[in-house]
Design a protein around this ligand. Structure first.
Ligand SMILES: Nc1ncnc2c1ncn2[C@@H]1O[C@H](COP(=O)(O)OP(=O)(O)OP(=O)(O)O)[C@@H](O)[C@H]1O
Length: 346
């Protein structure tokens, strides 16, 4: 921790307002192996520009957290990463304070209030010589950035004391992550377990943080259409392979061109996940058995439940279309931004 603090102090001295220093993150030919044997991510490419919020989406087990962990530089020992990960055009280890990582579950003390929680976290995370005035200012900024000004005296809450809602607790965790003024923010499923309104509030908060020039990446499971629209960039994975990477409206065109247009009035995120989630093949198999049984009073219309061809065929078509039509442009863009930023001071 001592080194981390020194690093943070150095950053503060060198970059008095690190909020204004931007981080362009890119990854190319990124593959990940477990125990040097089985491959769980295959040749992924992508980038996130400052001010943008990128959603990593895909079915359970497709590698969302693994990708996030690799990019944040926090993989476990049995994982081998190959490929090229760059921040502002340079291969570099992401240092303390430059990036913050929010795991799915963040433990907060239920008896403390919002301001106490953030204040004590600031005392622990910031250099020990931070003045009381600066500490107060940083805490106040963090609270304001996540929109918790009206709840500063509310206890976090626990099983026997009523407190914040799930979405508000998630925003407290985001505020804590902001204390070191990170330029890169990684969040593992920040909306898991939240209802659609709270999810919308959390992702809107992230979008707002993007306005300060932060580069934000988060994995997300099944966003509502309102939440999905808040993401500027989408990274769609299935079984560790890239199905789509690019801007969010572009995904609609990509699926349409590949022969799987999103039905009118359907949430695009649901449609994409339906197309690439192989669990649907298993469901179809079991439903076929149900359909073969004599029907009673329930009039099941098979077309409603089984509108798509086999997911494995769809995935093959989509990954092929991505490789040949989209990926070259993604790679060219990565090379372009890395060329541009390599001359900048990071
Ligand atoms: N350290 C590890 N050792 C062994 N297997 C791993 C390791 N990390 C990830 N995996 C495997 O890699 C695959 C992808 O896991 P990952 O957690 O990245 O998926 P995910 O998309 O985040 O899933 P979920 O949405 O369920 O959280 C899974 O099959 C998982 O078991």
């Amino acid at each position: 921790m001592g080194d981390d603090w020194r690093e943070l102090k150095r950053m503060d001295e060198e970059q008095p307002d690190s909020d204004t220093v931007h981080a362009r993150l890119s990854w190319k030919n990124l593959s990940v192996y477990v125990n040097n044997e089985s491959q769980i991510l295959h040749d992924l490419c992508g980038y996130v520009e400052p001010g943008r919020v990128c959603a990593i989406m895909g079915p359970s087990g497709c590698g969302k957290s693994t990708l996030l962990d690799c990019l944040a530089g926090r993989t476990s020992k049995n994982i081998t990463v190959t490929g090229d990960i760059r921040v502002n055009g340079r291969k570099q280890k992401i240092s303390y304070g430059t990036a913050a990582y929010l795991p799915q579950e963040c433990d907060l003390l239920g008896t403390l209030t919002v301001s106490e929680t953030i204040y004590y976290s600031a005392k622990l995370r910031l250099p020990s010589n931070t003045s009381a005035k600066d500490l107060q200012r940083i805490v106040k900024d963090a609270i304001e950035q996540v929109g918790l000004q009206d709840s500063v005296y509310t206890p976090i809450g626990n099983w026997h004391q009523r407190g914040l809602s799930g979405g508000e607790k998630r925003r407290v965790s985001i505020a804590i992550a902001l204390l070191t003024r990170p330029r890169l923010l990684f969040l593992d499923e920040p909306t898991s377990g939240l209802d659609s309104a709270s999810s919308f509030h959390v992702v809107s908060t992230l979008r707002n943080l993007g306005r300060f020039g932060r580069t934000i990446l988060c994995s997300i499971h099944q966003p509502s259409s309102e939440v999905f629209r808040l993401f500027e960039t989408v990274c769609l994975l299935t079984t560790g392979r890239q199905v789509y990477f690019g801007n969010q409206p572009g995904a609609l065109k990509f699926f349409e061109r590949a022969g799987f247009p999103c039905p009118t009035l359907q949430n695009p995120a649901d449609h994409y996940l339906h197309c690439i989630n192989s669990d649907f093949d298993t469901v179809k198999k079991s439903l076929k058995t149900v359909y073969s049984l004599p029907r009673h009073d329930v009039d099941l219309e098979e077309d409603i439940y089984l509108p798509m061809p086999n997911v494995s065929d769809v995935v093959q078509t989509l990954t092929g279309a991505y490789e040949s039509n989209e990926k070259p442009a993604v790679v060219a863009h990565i090379e372009e931004i890395n060329k541009q930023v390599s001359g900048f001071r990071r």
